[in-house]
Design a protein around this ligand. Structure first.
Ligand SMILES: [Zn+2]
Length: 107
């Protein structure tokens, strides 16, 4: 797994220990992933690559990552992908919930 984002090594190590499954859909990662669902990828929960600390860096599966893309979390939760996979702000990992609590609500 490459780290192209300038994520500090200590953050990378911490997140790899913490996120053993996708922070969005909960699929467990595998060492030899056969499908995109089991392949981890680096994710900035808030799409700002300048926020490189462990509260914003996480691991999610390739499938969620490509679906989310550059969408805002709140918009993404309303997507067909999230509906189909039953991904909501209540179902995601704690690290995502913590970010959600701290995002200023858009008026
Ligand atoms: Zn996922």
């Amino acid at each position: 797994m490459s780290n192209r984002w300038g994520i500090p090594k200590e953050v990378e190590d911490f997140v790899k220990q913490r996120d053993k499954s996708c922070v969005y859909c909960g699929q467990e990662f595998r060492d030899n992933p056969q499908s995109r669902k089991h392949k981890p990828s680096w994710e900035h929960i808030v799409n700002d690559i300048r926020i490189n600390d462990k509260s914003n860096i996480s691991l999610c599966c390739m499938s969620c990552n490509s679906s989310k893309g550059a969408k805002l979390l709140e918009d993404w939760f309303n997507s067909d992908y999230c509906n189909r996979n039953e991904i909501t702000e209540d179902s995601v990992a704690q690290v995502v919930k913590d970010v959600l609590k701290n995002i200023p609500k858009l008026k």
